[in-house]
Design a protein around this ligand. Sequence first.
Ligand SMILES: O=C(O)CCC(=O)C(=O)O
Ligand SMILES: [Fe+2]
Length: 357
Amino acid sequence: MTAAVRPLRISNDILGNPDQIRHRVADEGYVFFKGLQSADRLRSLRHDIMSVLMAGGWLQPDTPVDDGIANVDAQCTEGDPEYTDVYHQVQRLESFHTSGHWPEVMAIMEKVIGGPVLPQPQKICRLWFPRYTQHTTPTHQDFVHFQGSYDTYTCWAPVGDCPIELGGLAVLPGSHRPEQIKPHHFALGAGLLAIHDDDLEGEWYTTDYEIGDTLIFHSLLVHRALPNLTPDRMRVSLDNRYQSIDIPIAEHMLLPHLSGIAPLEWDEVYANWQSEEFQNYWQERDLNVVPKQEQWLEQIFEEVVALVRQGDEAGTHHLRRFVRREPDSDRGRIAREVLVETGLSKTARKNVLADQK
Ligand SMILES: O=C(O)CCC(=O)C(=O)O
Ligand SMILES: [Fe+2]
């Protein structure tokens, strides 16, 4: 495969034609629309999110909050306990959850899906620090994370302009066919699962996203994020999932995002909301809920252990974080033993022990 990057195909010309939209998604695995979502509402949401980040110490004090100028000393990412300390405050925002139900979003998802739509309860916001490129979301298919049914679609939108250097999403058109899950392996970055380049062919497509632009893609489409190469800007984006109300949904998609890393209940999420309209909205439906498959998590744990034994840095970073998060679980204990047993320097060993306190 080549490293060249081509521009996403813009589908605004077929916005009024659901058959053509579905045809294009079936063919290319994605559709991309310019200015689909209200820029005003997104700006207001950006203000709410950035205000949480400022209060949490992730933005430079005395800079305009809406600019999202990062305090790089606060760098952290999904999987780090410090990340959820602030991220879960974003999860409590009514405006954030409501954005997943905006009329223009529901209307386009109904066209893509061709019938009544369930916005999955788990809504996701991504908060990506600059100059932290080793934690960029690696190449993957969403199905390994969200599971349930293949016919689930991700709707990704930046909350603010997102030029290429800020690190938006890139897709590999047509890679959702044939209908199969490709091998995934451990990598740092959101989700921790990566498809290796050798298992792929085709060219990457992306764009300089502007506020309101919206990318929708199938759960088997291969995609990745580009690194946030700006000196100081946070990248903030929404990625929410939608499916027909009639097909299976995996049980973990009924829970707040990252509530497995640090506990967060829906009641806590709703504590300061004005409206009940989007609270527990899925409970009145007779959903077909299926268990979460643990196979990928188990696989990467074994891979990480093997990598750490070979002295791999990314694996060591992950295992140390894992021990901090779960010192007392079975895997946490194994992780600690592996870190101590491998050729860690004295300082690193001290850090592992300090992390456990
Ligand atoms: O925003 C990111 O870095 C990851 C997004 C993603 O992979 C997704 O929306 O499925
Ligand atoms: Fe993804």
